[in-house]
Ligand binder design. Structure first.
Ligand code: TRP
Length: 335
């Protein structure tokens, strides 16, 4: 029996934070050690260009994200870890898919619709400032997924519509040209609760409440000390529900530690003491990987080599498959 393929992409437009780590990176790195699946993880640098026109930022983010996954122990013997832009087959496939994608389907994409809505509200032309990249983004994402015949695609809830679109596009291609693509499914891990940020809302770059993953020890401690709590004094019992501090602690704790912290809250632990414990727990989990990360960042050439090796593996799949797809649509040798 052939293995299921799990695939996901990370847009390279920012620096990794604790929310990314808990919600995506850690589970994927763990899954990369599994014998039972073929996992494909990639740096979606073409996606980064849709929202970011700062070349330095795209470059730096690509470096940081690659170093992060490697430092955390991604198994690059088992998993295929590559940079989207190293696989020219993906952009070629994007065009093949663009030619079967209904414009009306793209009109319904949330990200595009939201941008149009904003323009209308601002009394602008509906398409003001909207690039074709934003409009066609779901097709590029479909190509990422269909290229490797991924079965399962772990993503956040905001990406579910894009997965649905990838299915529709794949189905349409299959209908015209034969059963060539596996239709992918979104995998949303309900157990991975959204990590709150320092202000208690979801940890997200857009709320400016993130804790960067690779802060040096002292700064990490400072950032954790800034998590909002309330004015309850030491000795007063505290609630774990709705406590950002408790949620963040929990995301790193085992069952026993979680139980003990719950008890400490009930017993009225001082906020400062609870924060100190939270810092120690997170720091313990990250300290070793942090030194790997720093070593990798000092030698970007090693990262580049890893990505090139990953691209070779990815293209062993993509090159023959694209040849088959071109053949199917009638782009063939005339000889
Ligand atoms: N668009 C995704 C995001 O912003 C990233 C991404 C690009 C992706 N291509 C993908 C995720 C393919 C899963 C599969 O989160």
């Amino acid at each position: 029996m052939s293995k299921r393929t799990v695939l996901t992409g990370i847009t390279t437009s920012g620096s990794p934070h604790l929310g990314n780590y808990v919600g995506a990176i850690k589970p994927c790195v763990q899954a990369s050690h599994s014998m039972d699946v073929r996992s494909c993880y990639f740096l979606a640098d073409y996606h980064a260009l849709i929202k970011c026109r700062d070349p330095e930022r795209v470059h730096q983010s690509t470096l940081e994200i690659a170093a992060t996954w490697l430092a955390l122990g991604l198994d690059t013997d088992r998993a295929i870890f590559y940079r989207q832009s190293d696989i020219p087959e993906i952009t070629e496939l994007t065009w093949l898919l663009t030619c079967v994608t209904a414009k009306g389907l793209m009109n319904r994409a949330h990200a595009y619709k939201a941008a149009v809505q904003e323009n209308i509200e601002a009394d602008e032309d509906p398409d003001f400032g909207i690039a074709m990249g934003l409009f066609s983004y779901p097709i590029l994402m479909a190509a990422d997924i269909l290229m490797f015949n991924a079965h399962d695609v772990p993503v956040g809830k905001d990406q579910v519509q894009h997965l649905e679109m990838a299915r529709v596009i794949g189905q349409r291609f299959n209908h015209h040209f034969g059963e060539l693509f596996v239709l992918p499914e979104a995998i949303i891990d309900e157990n991975v609760a959204l990590l709150p940020g320092q202000d208690g809302r979801k940890m997200s770059k857009s709320y400016n409440n993130t804790i960067p993953l690779w802060l040096p020890e002292k700064k990490l401690r400072k950032a954790i000390m800034k998590i909002v709590t309330n004015s309850l004094e030491p000795g007063e019992p505290k609630q774990t529900a709705d406590s950002a501090l408790y949620s963040i602690y929990s995301a790193f704790a085992n069952d026993q530690q979680r139980g003990e912290m719950k008890q400490a809250f009930a017993d009225g632990i001082a906020w400062g003491a609870a924060k100190q414990q939270c810092f120690e727990l997170i720091n313990l989990e990250l300290a070793t990987a942090r030194s790997h990360y720093e070593a990798l960042m000092a030698e970007p050439e090693r990262i580049e080599q890893q990505l090139r090796a990953g691209a070779r593996k990815a293209r062993e799949i993509a090159t023959p498959f694209l040849a088959q797809l071109r053949e199917a649509v009638g782009i063939r040798s005339l000889g």
